[in-house]
Design a protein around this ligand. Structure first.
Ligand code: PAF
Length: 280
């Protein structure tokens, strides 16, 4: 496995690499969920490139860009264990040579101005812009993203479709702890006692999924009940939502492919999770 930090070197190296090329974009601080992305990439790609880049343009002014853990050596060990070929770990100047306020930005407004986008203005523009840059820098045939960030995955699928980016986006199912909690780098901010309560988020959306599977379509009461159960368990709820999986529009009785999503603060951690249901 080689580490590359310069764009010109990456381009020269990739010219010689066997195809198909699979891209796994990350911000590092990897956990088993990320490693699963790289493992899936390995199964289908002749060359696997994992990027480790803490992207400043997706952090809001009060978010933790400077405090975001940088754990490059440990991340590289994890990636080597699943057979990544190249780790691209550029500096901020390498990715944004003229500064981070580039006049060109990628926005997927209708999908970004809802759910997590309401509390994090500009966040998804930063994600969409850096992912588009990474697609152009690496030019992969395949790109792997976790389903855990469903809104992000939906936005990336949409931008690739709208901008005719010639690649296939693979969504990889969420990796969970034995008690159901979705793996996330944010889990490290939970105290022991909060960690014991955290699986309630998954249990809540799972209960809604079971309701939908049983034919319930009283979305408002399913949502209200989920939100109040989370509040009772000490979560500060941002949203519980039942949406169309592809458009993120609010679900209607005609919806076939549902996504149930929730975000809530528990102690020092903002947790998100989602599950899907396809109507038969
Ligand atoms: O999901 C992430 O880690 C980031 O949002 C991504 C896709 C690597 C873009 O910086």
């Amino acid at each position: 496995m080689m580490r590359i930090e310069q764009l010109v070197e990456l381009r020269a190296t990739l010219r010689e690499c066997p195809r198909p090329l699979g891209l796994v974009p990350t911000m590092g601080n990897l956990h088993a969920g990320h490693v699963e992305l790289a493992r899936r990439a390995r199964e289908t790609s002749a060359t696997v490139v994992t990027t480790i880049f803490v992207n400043p343009t997706q952090f809001g002014p009060n978010e933790d860009f400077d405090r975001y853990p940088r754990t490059l050596e440990r991340d590289e060990e994890a990636l080597a264990s699943v057979g990544t070929d190249i780790v691209f770990a550029p500096s901020v100047d390498e990715v944004y040579p003229d500064g981070r306020d580039t006049p060109t930005r990628v926005s997927v407004d209708a999908l970004a101005d809802t759910l997590c986008g309401l509390d994090r203005p500009g966040h998804f523009d930063g994600v969409a812009t850096v992912v588009t840059k990474l697609f152009n820098i690496v030019q992969p045939e395949l790109a792997f993203f976790g389903e855990k960030d469903w809104q992000q995955l939906t936005i990336i699928r949409r931008l690739a479709y709208d901008l005719d980016v010639p690649l296939e986006i693979i969504g990889v199912p969420t990796v969970r702890a034995d008690d159901g909690l979705a793996l996330s780098s944010r889990n490290q901010y939970l105290s022991e006692e909060e960690r014991a309560r955290a699986p309630k988020l998954y249990q809540t959306i799972e209960a809604i999924r079971i309701g939908l599977a049983a034919g319930r379509r009283d979305f408002d009461s399913l949502i209200a009940r989920g939100a109040s159960e989370l509040a009772d368990a000490g979560f500060d709820v941002d949203y519980v939502a039942i949406r169309d999986a592809r458009t993120l529009a609010e679900a209607s009785p005609e919806t076939h492919e549902f996504r149930i999503l929730a975000a809530a603060q528990l102690g020092g951690a903002r947790l998100i999770d989602n599950v899907g249901h396809r109507a038969g």
